[in-house]
Design a protein around this ligand. Structure first.
Ligand SMILES: Cc1ncc(COP(=O)(O)O)c(C=O)c1O
Length: 273
């Protein structure tokens, strides 16, 4: 968690609330235009109680600042940090509605008509809006390595940076379909999924129970609407894949065209005549 959190005392952002009121007063005394407070608790891994407690403390700080100033100055509260997303089937993180209900119960003054509330619900809104599909390029059999079968796909650390970097913290469900797009059945075996990039750590998942994978199958990564395409890297100069939208079983719409070789060449040639 330490590698991900920006809500620690030693964070590069903000002022820790434990610094005490004096650490905040100077700013609000000096700058009358400073009319907002932004609290950041975190998102994934944060229980509802913790998020609500953060907002409660921000509201308490607001009251203390106003008491010292002798006037009301803070009109906007940004209840930052996000909300966790249910990446695993057994996850049961709070929904935005549950968050609101808890805030109404525990921090009712947040809903005062003189306060503008700003939210930053990142992945809770859009992580579940997308899935990524890749053909299986080839499979190295378990025999050749004396370990798990290894399926090589076309999505690697350039798309899935977080699960490759911190596999113990980042999980995406994976489904397997045959070459015609039908769900694959059969005895499940622990399988390693790797990307195409030129370093050994380009491993998306290990020990995933999947039916026998073969070249030409489709592998689908779930809940990829956050922390994926936005973190794309240029390693090995691969083209950013297209993004296609659909509503139910309806029409497909191109939301983002995939990159062409010309796009990549233009990227590396910027400023060069
Ligand atoms: C300032 C800020 N607020 C909220 C979020 C939302 O967090 P998440 O999408 O991880 O839930 C982030 C994530 O980067 C952030 O930087």
């Amino acid at each position: 968690m330490a590698a991900m959190s920006v809500a620690t005392k030693s964070s590069k952002f903000g002022v820790p609330i434990s610094a005490g009121i004096d650490a905040f007063m100077d700013y609000f005394q000096r700058y009358p235009w400073l009319t907002g407070l932004h609290v950041h608790v975190g998102s994934q891994g944060c229980a509802l109680d913790l998020l609500v407690e953060g907002v409660k403390r921000a509201m308490r700080l607001r009251r203390e600042i106003h008491d010292r100033l002798g006037r009301s100055q803070i009109r906007m509260i940004d209840i930052g940090g996000g909300l966790p997303w249910n990446y695993r089937p057994q996850d049961q993180f709070p929904t935005p509605m549950e968050y609101v209900a808890s805030l109404k119960k525990e921090v009712s003054d947040l809903f005062d008509e003189n306060i503008q509330v700003v939210t930053e619900l990142g992945r809770a809104i859009h992580a579940g809006c997308g899935w990524a599909a890749s053909r299986v390029e080839y499979v190295k059999s378990a025999d050749s390595m004396n370990s798990e079968p290894m399926a090589v796909i076309h999505l690697g650390a350039d798309f899935m940076l977080r699960p490759v970097y911190k596999s113990e913290l980042w999980h995406h469900e994976i489904s397997l379909f045959d070459e015609h797009g039908m769900p694959k059945q059969g005895v499940k075996k622990p399988t390693t999924i790797v990307g195409p990039l030129c370093f050994a750590g380009d491993v998306l998942a290990r020990g995933r129970p999947l039916p026998a994978v073969k070249t030409g199958d489709w592998l689908v990564l779930h809940d990829i609407g956050a922390y994926t395409l936005s973190m794309w890297s240029r390693h090995c100069s691969r083209a950013i894949p297209p993004v296609v939208g659909h509503q139910g079983a309806g029409e497909l719409t191109c939301l983002l065209a995939g990159e062409t070789l010309e796009d990549i060449s233009a990227f590396w040639s910027r400023g060069v005549n």
